[in-house]
Design a protein around this ligand. Structure first.
Ligand code: AMP
Length: 299
């Protein structure tokens, strides 16, 4: 009897695992010399469908997909969840492979930050609002580690998720300001069936918090409806969103922002043609959830 097993892994029968940054650099350099187009997908592991969508997009855009898995200590603040951040490397490698990764780069903390490490990348202004006000130093850690990952892999493009909208703005600014010569590609937010944006941190939610969490998405939809319905006063929209969040959950609203998508400067009065980022952060117990949407204000 002949049994055919159809697997979802159609692209790469094997996945290469590299731990050493120097070995990764040589491997990427070799591929580049052969004319291969490289895409990198930086992650902290605990992969879910959101990460996989980034990897699939990277697959479409390149000949060699490198997924990096590194829980970067420098982007976690004092008292944040670095120690309890979910880690399951074997599962991550299987998911990365299934989504089309060729190489999984998994450096150690010591390899990324060897003794004597004193250099950092600071992106100013756009890191000082929104997440930056609540997580001081976070984007310094992100910019530094991504700069290192880009230097190690020297890709043609790097794929990030719209889920972390401010991170996208910071990355765009950094690669422009420092001439990285890398294209920043942004993939849409992947959501659960009830609208909750997928996140590695959703596992921290209690069942009651998880049941309330989709209100973030509903409140973004209500902000969108207000804007499409003609409301142009951002304070009115902000208040309405805060009311909705407060009525539907025990979460503590940290910010609701309507800002220019590129500069992240708050928009007080919206104008037709503006491209705005509506973003919010809500704390459920010790778990922070963020979500956002981008929209073009109609004329
Ligand atoms: P992280 O592992 O949380 O650092 O995320 C790695 C990348 O995956 C970042 O570019 C995130 O924006 C992206 N990402 C995380 N969650 C989602 C999601 N639900 N949809 C799309 N991209 C996501």
């Amino acid at each position: 009897m002949c049994v055919f097993v159809r697997t979802l892994t159609t692209v790469n029968p094997t996945v290469e695992r590299i731990n050493d940054p120097v070995a990764m650099q040589y491997r990427a350099e070799g591929a580049r010399r052969q004319g291969r187009r490289i895409a990198v997908v930086p992650t902290m592991g605990a992969l879910h469908e959101g990460h996989c969508s980034l990897i699939r997009l990277a697959r479409e855009l390149s000949d060699l997909v490198i997924t990096t898995i590194f829980v970067n200590p420098t982007q976690f603040g004092e008292g944040e969840d670095f120690d309890r951040y979910p880690r399951d490397l074997e599962r991550d490698v299987a998911l990365a492979k299934g989504a089309g990764t060729d190489i999984v780069f998994v450096p150690s903390r010591e390899a990324m930050y060897p003794g004597g490490f004193v250099t950092a990348v600071t992106v100013e202004k756009i890191t000082e609002v929104l997440e930056g006000t609540i997580r001081p130093g976070h984007f310094r850690g992100v910019a530094t580690v991504v700069a290192k990952l880009l230097n190690i892999t020297r890709p043609d493009c790097a794929v990030f998720g719209q889920k972390d909208a401010q991170q996208v703005a910071v990355m765009r600014r950094m690669v422009r300001d420092l001439n990285f010569g890398v294209e920043i590609v942004v993939a849409p937010i992947v959501r659960e069936g009830d609208g909750l944006a997928m996140s590695s941190r959703n596992v921290y939610l209690t069942p009651a918090e998880r049941a309330e969490a989709p209100v973030l998405y509903r409140s973004l939809q209500s902000a969108t409806a207000l804007i499409l319905g003609g409301e142009r006063n951002s304070e009115t929209i902000r208040r309405s969103v805060v009311r909705l969040l407060a009525a539907a959950s025990a979460g503590v609203v940290q910010y609701v922002s309507l800002a220019d998508e590129g500069t992240l400067e708050e928009c007080h009065v919206l104008s037709g043609g503006d491209r705005i980022l509506v973003s919010l952060a809500v704390r459920f117990g010790s778990t922070r959830l963020i979500d956002n949407c981008v929209l073009d204000v109609p004329s």
